[in-house]
Design a protein around this ligand. Structure first.
Ligand SMILES: Cc1cc2nc3c(=O)[nH]c(=O)nc-3n(C[C@H](O)[C@H](O)[C@H](O)COP(=O)(O)OP(=O)(O)OC[C@H]3O[C@@H](n4cnc5c(N)ncnc54)[C@H](O)[C@@H]3O)c2cc1C
Ligand SMILES: *[C@@H]1O[C@H](CO)[C@@H](O)[C@H](O)[C@H]1NC(C)=O
Ligand SMILES: *[C@@H]1O[C@H](CO)[C@@H](O)[C@H](O)[C@H]1NC(C)=O
Length: 480
């Protein structure tokens, strides 16, 4: 069998997982990453260019498990479980909102730790070559060639042949740019009016300053502070806020009065001097989302992870969705191989025509689902910064939790479907809409029944005939 070669652009979370999958399926893999190798101590700080930690949940874990259950087990040893949200009121009062009635939880994990682990894992497969300090410049997809600049050699050009080019080069993907220039792709990129800044919260008396098994939120309506635990007993806190408010504070304005007014308990734990210094030193990140369709170009190129679907971080699904991309592509490729009568899972043996079918199917199904989670992530910002303290929201949440306990398959809360199942995202939205409709109807019927029941009781007491109301009640029940 001739060697099948895949070039993966980007050695972030998704690119390094994709390298493992392709190698396991018999492909020769060349992974190109523009940054130096963050596994080397002298480059370790480069890893922290973005959020320091993130939440991994079922979809991400499922992709690790399919590759190798031992890998999932190793990742699980590195995480801190978060069982719910801890809501911090202005007066310092904390209240816990569990994520799931059956105790399912999400997990905080260090970004750099996870990338290092996945790069090590990829390097362990025969057939994988990692090229650091190589920046993707352009590609001729039809000819199967990608060109990189070797940053360690003054940008010297390196041309590489590939049967398949994987763009895992993040939200500002240059591979995507090249695909766009083919003129066959729908594409949109949107910046939201909010930005973020990270802070740290040191341990207190050698222990976590807050309950480590929660994702802490200080919801303040139009903005919020959140905190996720790290294994070194610190918390990473992130302030999300409209740019207008960042600007109102001024370029070198004092953030401390703002914290004192809105997050006094957090400020006490973080320390005024540290908050001031970190606000001045840390970059302010922008928040954007990307949708594109298709995710593929013929049988020559595919976008995975943020390159295909950058999203705002409010559902904790960006990486999870990217990992699920990799699993989903692998499922389709192995199925098509099986249908062609080969049972060994070595997708490197797919013919060009079969690969084309696999990529077409992947894009057709996946682009609908990634578009759905991009929307859900956007909506969840409002939930986190405002709705978590809203009574109607909390009432529905409780009712749904109860119904989920009674009918675990029929009624599933939205957060549970997204974070604790692998139900395709688009299907999640459909199921959620059906449930909402059904809930509203049931509530209406219950209210009508209660009103009618009350009226009947009153009429009995007064000795009036109740027959007409009975039929009204039957009609209301029938309508629901
Ligand atoms: C504040 C914040 C919080 C988040 N929290 C969560 C969370 O809790 N849970 C979650 O699942 N997700 C979260 N995310 C999203 C998550 O970070 C991304 O979805 C994830 O990093 C995507 O991985 P990726 O490998 O696709 O892209 P990236 O992580 O962006 O990696 C892309 C890689 O490609 C390299 N690269 C770029 N251009 C080139 C080039 N031209 N040539 C060669 N290499 C190149 C980059 O150096 C980088 O290493 C969060 C994001 C942010 C910003
Ligand atoms: C692009 O968008 C248009 C309009 O929404 C749609 O009709 C078309 O099918 C889309 N094309 C792809 C490739 O998704
Ligand atoms: C093919 O992959 C599936 C899913 O990972 C696995 O259950 C099966 O055992 C694999 N078959 C072979 C021959 O490796």
């Amino acid at each position: 069998m001739p060697e099948r070669r895949v070039v993966i652009v980007g050695g972030g979370l998704v690119g390094s997982l994709a390298a493992c999958y392709f190698a396991k399926r018999g492909w020769a893999v060349d992974l190109f990453e523009k940054r130096p190798d963050i596994r080397r101590p002298e480059h370790s700080s480069l890893a922290e260019h973005r959020s320091i930690n993130l939440a991994i949940s079922e979809r991400g874990l499922s992709a690790l498990r399919r590759l190798d259950p031992a890998l999932e087990a190793r990742v699980k040893e590195l995480v801190i479980p978060m069982h719910g949200r801890m809501i911090h009121a202005l007066n310092g009062q904390q209240s816990s909102q569990r994520y799931d009635v059956f105790g399912k939880h999400i997990n905080s994990v260090g970004r750099a730790t996870l990338i290092r682990l996945l790069l090590d894992e990829a390097a362990g497969y025969p057939g994988v070559t990692l090229h650091f300090c190589h920046e993707f410049l352009h590609a001729d997809f039809d000819a199967g060639q990608a060109v990189f600049g070797d940053l360690a050699r003054a940008g010297e050009r390196v041309a590489v042949d590939a049967d398949l080019i994987v763009g895992a080069d993040g939200a500002f993907s240059r591979v995507r740019q090249r695909m766009l220039s083919k003129g066959t792709m729908n594409y949109s990129q949107t910046y939201i009016e909010h930005g973020y800044c990270e802070f740290s919260m040191a341990p207190r008396h050698g222990d976590f300053a807050l309950d480590p098994n929660h994702l802490h939120i200080w919801p303040r309506g139009t903005f919020m502070l959140i905190a996720l635990p790290n294994p070194d007993r610190t918390f990473t806190c992130t302030l999300f806020m409209p740019w207008t408010q960042f600007h109102a504070l001024g370029a070198d304005g004092d953030i401390v009065p703002f914290f004192r007014a809105h997050f006094p308990d957090a400020l006490r734990l973080m320390g005024e001097d540290k908050v001031r210094a970190e606000y001045a030193a840390h970059p302010k990140g922008s928040l954007m989302y990307v949708k594109c369709s298709p995710h593929t170009y013929t049988n020559r190129a595919v976008l995975l992870g943020d390159a295909a679907h950058a999203m705002v971080p409010f559902y904790g699904q960006g990486m999870n969705c990217g990992f699920e991309d990799v699993e989903s592509l692998d499922r389709i490729m192995t199925r098509i191989l099986r249908e062609a009568g080969k049972a060994d899972n070595r997708t490197a043996a797919l013919t060009g025509e079969q690969l084309r079918r696999a990529l077409d199917e992947y894009s057709a199904t996946r682009s609908v689902d990634t578009s759905a989670i991009v929307d859900l992530a956007l909506e969840n910002y409002v939930e986190m910064r405002a709705k978590v303290v809203d009574y109607a929201y909390l009432a529905r949440k409780h009712l749904e939790g109860l119904l989920h306990r009674l009918f675990p398959r029929q009624v599933i809360p939205l957060y549970t479907m997204v974070s604790f199942t692998s139900i395709p995202y688009a299907q999640v939205i459909r199921k959620w809409n059906r449930q909402t409709l059904w809930l509203h109807r049931s509530i209406k019927t219950t209210a009508i029944a209660a009103a009618v029941g009350g009226a009947m009781l009153l009429m009995r007491l007064l000795g009036w005939p109740v027959q007409p109301l009975r039929s009204l009640a039957r009609m209301a029940a029938g309508q629901a």
